[in-house]
Design a protein around this ligand. Structure first.
Ligand code: MN
Length: 254
């Protein structure tokens, strides 16, 4: 199986290395990833400058690791599929992100965007993220959880366009309680902007690093992950709200 790996934390991120090690035996692995951290890039793509690609080697003697792109996660996957790879991948994996990507954060997440880009090409894709309570993330342990989920997904059969969002809970408190397939929460974020006024009267706002979700439904990814479960959520590129189509058609006289 031809597998493309990408992420949003950058080509040298430890989460990507852990993911590569965890899936190395599954086939022919290629890495195309941003040359710098791109967290919260969402599904942005680069229009204003040409994308520079570089072959990245690691170790001594140096071994080819992957191709870096000075763009966004979606750029990496798009460029890889269109130009950089000899043959299109059969599976795209993104991550493992340093930090959870559940609830409405899937919209901000570059990790999810990299996977979503593949889904737009009808290539099955899985995004992996590891939650943290603030300490260092044990990516090796997180990767073993990701691999277990991936094995089940592959055994069950992934379909073209499948876009699966997987989150591993913070492991400081012990092993995950299990795996839960859950909806994406729509709970809002209780984040805070820090206002600053300079001596010359300039005003700025900085988003603080501490944010939490407002209370939401219990049967969703946010709650299950906080409860210590690995969460698995099927997402889709089609953002149409199907239950509103009929009403809107009526309103528009269609
Ligand atoms: Mn990230």
């Amino acid at each position: 199986m031809r597998i493309l790996l990408s992420n949003d934390d950058g080509i040298l991120a430890p989460g990507l290395a852990a993911l590569r090690a965890a899936v190395a035996d599954l086939g022919e692995i290629s890495i195309v990833a941003p040359d710098s951290p791109q967290s919260a890039a969402g599904h942005a793509i680069t229009l204003k400058h040409p994308l520079t690609v570089q072959r990245v080697g690691l170790g001594a003697p140096e071994k080819f690791w992957g191709i870096s792109v000075d763009g966004r996660p979606a750029d990496c996957v798009r460029l890889a599929i269109r130009e950089l790879l000899d043959k299109p991948p059969e599976l795209v994996l993104s991550g493992i992100n340093a930090g959870q990507n559940v609830g409405i954060n899937v919209f901000y997440s570059g990790t999810v965007a990299a996977a979503a880009e593949a889904a737009m090409f009808n290539i099955p894709a899985v995004a992996f993220s590891a939650a943290t309570t603030g300490g260092e993330i044990d990516f090796e342990r997180a990767a073993s959880g990701c691999r277990k989920v991936l094995d089940r997904l592959l055994a069950g059969g992934l379909s073209p366009g499948d876009l699966i969002n997987v989150n591993v809970p913070a492991l400081a408190g012990g092993e995950p309680k299990g795996v839960q397939v859950v909806r994406q929460s729509t709970a809002g974020l209780e984040d805070v902007y820090r206002r600053r006024v300079d001596g010359d009267g300039g005003e700025s706002y900085r988003l603080g690093d501490v944010y939490k979700f407002l209370p939401g439904e219990a049967d969703c990814d946010v709650a299950a992950l906080a409860d210590g479960y690995i969460t698995v959520t099927p997402l889709q590129v089609d953002m149409t709200r199907g239950d509103r189509l009929k009403t809107l058609k009526r309103i528009m006289g269609q």
